[in-house]
Ligand binder design. Structure first.
Ligand SMILES: Cc1ncc(COP(=O)(O)O)c(C=O)c1O
Length: 450
């Protein structure tokens, strides 16, 4: 390994980083993370901090999970790769598909289509949704509905259903036939409605209105996150996702629950859909499926969809879509080990308790500091604070102040994520009470610094 001077000098010189300006990153080079253990990361200067980002909402079982590391090593020795394109399979992927079907049995999921990550899982779900309608002979159903503020990755399909212009404008024109519904975001919404239940109803009414306007017979699927993550932890009222399910049923539209963040315990339940008592038609998973020890994902497919594909005798259900790394044996082995640990550690239960601890603490911070306009969370370990320079006008806090809060919090022992004028926290689901106390006191030091 090159020495630290070399690494610092070359940092961001030869890499273009995702989600950043290449010129800006050359001037303000990113932190170089060289190690991690338990729930903490260590940078090249030896500074350690609790990782309140959880990698990127993904390292749910923390950084020291030996069973996953051992499973990866063992699988590398046994079978480092083989394709799963029609004609060949592998034992690790078969074992994982069995586990996942059991895991998501309450949601009615019957099959797994394996991918290399969240964007892939979304892409697969959108494609399979269109194909489902075609196999049924319903050729007109091609459009996709989604929520403003939603995040569904960065493939062209995912970006087209994304609800944040930051990920869209530079790459337009995107996929035609994608329509974005109002988000149940009480702090800012076109209805000026702060009551979550009333807002949920208004968003549902607007959605039904748009479904009718677009003509239901042209709509393939509605994709949504049960709790919106990257858009700033937007927690809908409990009536919202069931309401979307009811609209999808009424108009023959498939419901895709994007569980890339919410899957495997982060909300306090084993899926976001289960958290709201909803059975989707498909679920997209990634991140926590291997706790990010290996890039891997799965699109889970419900019985309504599998019945149509598997009973087709015309050939229309043949899947002309897949990835070289679909069902990668090393990823599958990592996932089998990760799910076992996830279940053994009951990380969902801890997420619920620690999520409440963090949320209660940020509610108190909001009472103390005027620059906190809104706090969101309280459903597992997904928490956001929205910063404003002026409470009455809700003017977003400037980027330099946001960066200062993050930097100071880091110096005080916690790494938090900045997204626009939000600070988001999604630590590993194994955090303890003491870890949370450190995160909150570091964050408060950050807030005091601006
Ligand atoms: C809800 C959701 N869907 C999809 C994605 C895309 O996943 P990936 O970055 O693994 O491609 C993300 C990533 O954060 C996500 O949060």
């Amino acid at each position: 390994m090159k020495d630290s001077n070399f690494l610092k000098e070359n940092n961001a010189r030869h890499i273009w980083h995702p989600m950043g300006h290449p010129g800006e990153l050359k001037r303000n080079t990113p932190k170089i993370i060289v190690g991690a253990s338990d729930v903490s990361i260590e940078d090249i200067d030896g500074h350690k901090a609790i990782d309140a980002v959880g990698g990127l909402w993904c390292v749910n079982v923390g950084y020291s999970c030996d069973p996953i590391k051992n499973a990866i090593t063992k699988q590398l020795d046994k079978l480092p790769y083989y394709s799963s394109f029609a004609g060949t399979s592998n034992d690790a992927a078969i074992e994982l598909s069995y586990e996942l079907n059991q895991w998501f049995e309450p949601e009615g999921m019957a099959r797994a289509f394996f991918t290399s990550g969240g964007s892939d899982s979304v892409e697969s779900a959108l494609r399979l949704a269109r194909q489902y309608h075609k196999v049924r002979g319903d050729f007109g159903r091609t459009k996709f509905f989604s929520l403003k503020k939603g995040y569904h990755g960065t493939h062209f399909g995912g970006a087209s259903v994304n609800g944040n212009q930051r990920f869209r404008t530079a790459y337009e024109p995107l996929l035609a036939g994608c329509h974005h519904m109002p988000s149940p975001y009480t702090f800012r919404n076109p209805f000026n409605e702060t009551n979550p239940e009333k807002l949920a109803q208004l968003c549902l009414q607007a959605t039904e209105d748009e479904i009718i306007f677009q003509d239901p017979s042209t709509i393939a699927a509605f994709i949504m996150e049960p709790i919106l993550g990257a858009g700033g932890v937007i927690v809908p009222h409990e009536s919202f996702m069931p309401g979307i399910r009811a609209l999808c049923d009424k108009y023959g539209i498939l419901l895709i629950s994007d569980e890339v963040i919410t899957g495997f315990g982060r909300t306090g339940d084993w899926s976001g859909a289960r958290h709201w008592n909803v059975k989707p038609d498909m679920m997209t998973c990634a991140k926590a499926i291997t706790s990010a020890y290996y890039p891997f994902g799965a699109t889970m497919i419900g019985e309504k969809v599998t019945d149509v594909f598997e009973s087709d005798e015309t050939g229309a259900a043949s899947i002309g879509h897949g990835y070289t790394y679909s069902a990668h044996p090393v990823g599958a082995a990592a996932a089998v080990a990760c799910l076992k640990e996830t279940k053994r550690l009951k990380v969902n239960e801890n997420a619920k308790i620690r999520g409440t601890q963090i949320f209660d603490a940020v509610v108190k911070l909001k009472e103390k500091y005027d620059i906190i306009g809104d706090v969101r969370g309280g459903h597992g370990l997904m928490t956001a604070l929205e910063f404003v320079s002026d409470k009455a006008s809700k003017t977003p806090l400037d980027n330099d102040s946001m960066a200062k809060i993050q930097k100071t919090a880091y110096e005080h022992g916690a790494f938090v994520r900045v997204g626009g004028h939000n600070i988001m926290m999604s630590p590993p689901l194994i955090v303890t009470e003491d870890h949370v106390n450190t995160i909150i006191s570091a964050l408060e030091a950050g807030i005091k610094s601006v």
